[in-house]
Design a protein around this ligand. Structure first.
Ligand SMILES: [Zn+2]
Ligand SMILES: [Zn+2]
Length: 298
C-alpha cells in the first residue's frame, strides 16, 4: 500500500475494501443443506484428476489437472442436498473493508497484519493472513533516512553572510522558524534541528533529527560600486604584490568553466583527434588527471 511521508509522520487510518473467498456461513463449508460431506467420485476427494494423453505412437503421457467435476474442491454434493448460498462449493465471495492503521514512525516495508483474513481456496483449509506492506511515496521536499529527515535550502549570498529567516513547513503543517542571524552559512554545509525528524515507531515521544543542507546562490555579476563597497566593509583582500618581482609577472585571463567533467571529455577527444601525443596510454593518464581534479575540488 502506497503511503505518503505525511501519513507515516502523523499516522492515518486507511480504509481498503478487499474481496476474497471465505467459508460459506450458511453450510459451514460443507456445501450441503444437511451438513453432510460428500466426497467427489471422480477424484476421490483429492481434487486432482489423472488423465492419459497420447504423445505419439505407443506413447502416453500422464497429466494431472484440477478435477473438472468438483473444481478441485474434492467434494461434490448431489443437487438435492446442495447449499443454496454457495451453490454447493462451500465457499462464498465476501467483501470486507479493512482499516489499515498507519502509525507514526512506520517505514517503507513496515507490515500491517490481519490474522486469518486472507480468504481461503478450499473450505477445509485454514485461511492465511492478510498483510499490508507499506510503500513510502517520495516526498517533494523531505528525504528520509531511517528516523532522520533531510531538507534542501537555497539561500542568497546576502542571507548566507548576514543571516536568513527560514520557514520550513513540516509534515504536520507546523511552520518551523529558523533564524541564522549571527552565524554564517557556508556553501554545501549542513545544520541540524534536533528532534524534528520522523517519530520513532512505538516510542511516541522520541523523534529523529531534521538536517538542512544549504546551497548558497552567488550573484552572477556584481556592480563595481557594490564591489568597492563590499571591499571597504569586509576589508581589502590580501595582496601578493611585491612578493614576486614585477618583471617576472605575466598577466593571464580566467575563463569560466561550467562543467569540468564535460570539459575534460571534450579536451581528451580533441587531443585524440589532433595528435599522436596521447596514444593508448592516454586512458590511464586521463584517469589520473580526473582524480587530481576531484581532489582539488574538495
Ligand atoms: Zn453453503
Ligand atoms: Zn473431484
Amino acid at each position: 500500500m502506497k503511503v505518503s511521508l505525511d501519513e507515516m509522520y502523523k499516522g492515518n487510518v486507511r480504509k481498503l475494501q478487499m474481496s476474497r473467498s471465505i467459508k460459506c456461513p450458511t453450510c459451514q463449508g460443507s456445501g450441503s443443506k444437511s451438513g453432510k460431506k460428500y466426497t467427489c467420485e471422480v477424484c476421490h476427494g483429492s481434487g486432482v484428476e489423472v488423465k492419459l494423453r497420447p504423445l505419439g505412437p505407443g506413447m502416453m503421457q500422464q497429466i494431472q489437472q484440477r478435477c473438472s467435476k468438483c473444481s478441485g474442491t474434492g467434494s461434490f454434493n448431489p443437487p438435492s442436498d446442495r447449499c443454496g448460498a454457495c451453490s454447493g462449493k462451500g465457499l462464498v465471495s465476501d467483501r470486507k473493508v479493512f482499516e489499515v492503521h498507519v502509525e507514526p514512525g512506520h517505514r517503507h516495508g513496515s507490515k500491517v497484519l490481519f490474522r486469518g483474513e486472507a480468504g481461503a481456496d478450499a473450505p477445509d483449509v485454514l485461511p492465511g493472513d492478510l498483510i499490508f506492506v507499506l510503500e513510502q511515496k517520495e516526498h517533494p521536499t523531505f528525504k528520509r533516512i531511517g528516523s532522520d529527515l533531510f531538507y534542501e535550502k537555497k539561500v542568497s549570498l546576502v542571507e548566507a553572510l548576514t543571516g536568513a529567516l527560514l520557514h520550513i513547513t513540516h509534515l504536520d503543517n507546523r511552520v518551523l522558524e529558523v533564524n541564522s542571524t549571527g552565524s554564517i552559512i557556508k556553501p554545501d554545509s549542513w545544520m541540524a534541528i534536533k528532534n524534528e525528524g520522523m517519530p520513532i515507531h512505538g516510542r511516541p515521544y522520541e523523534k529523529g533529527n531534521l538536517y538542512i543542507h544549504f546551497a548558497v546562490e552567488f550573484p552572477d555579476q556584481l556592480a563595481p560600486e557594490a564591489a568597492s563597497a563590499l571591499r571597504s566593509l569586509l576589508g581589502e583582500p590580501a595582496h601578493t604584490n611585491g612578493v614576486v618581482p614585477m618583471e617576472e609577472l605575466e598577466e593571464v585571463q580566467l575563463t569560466p568553466v561550467k562543467d569540468i567533467e564535460a570539459e575534460i571529455k571534450v579536451r581528451r577527444e580533441h587531443e585524440r583527434r589532433t595528435g599522436g601525443q596521447y596514444d593508448s596510454d592516454s586512458d590511464e593518464e586521463g584517469g589520473q588527471r580526473g582524480q587530481r581534479v576531484a581532489c582539488s575540488q574538495q
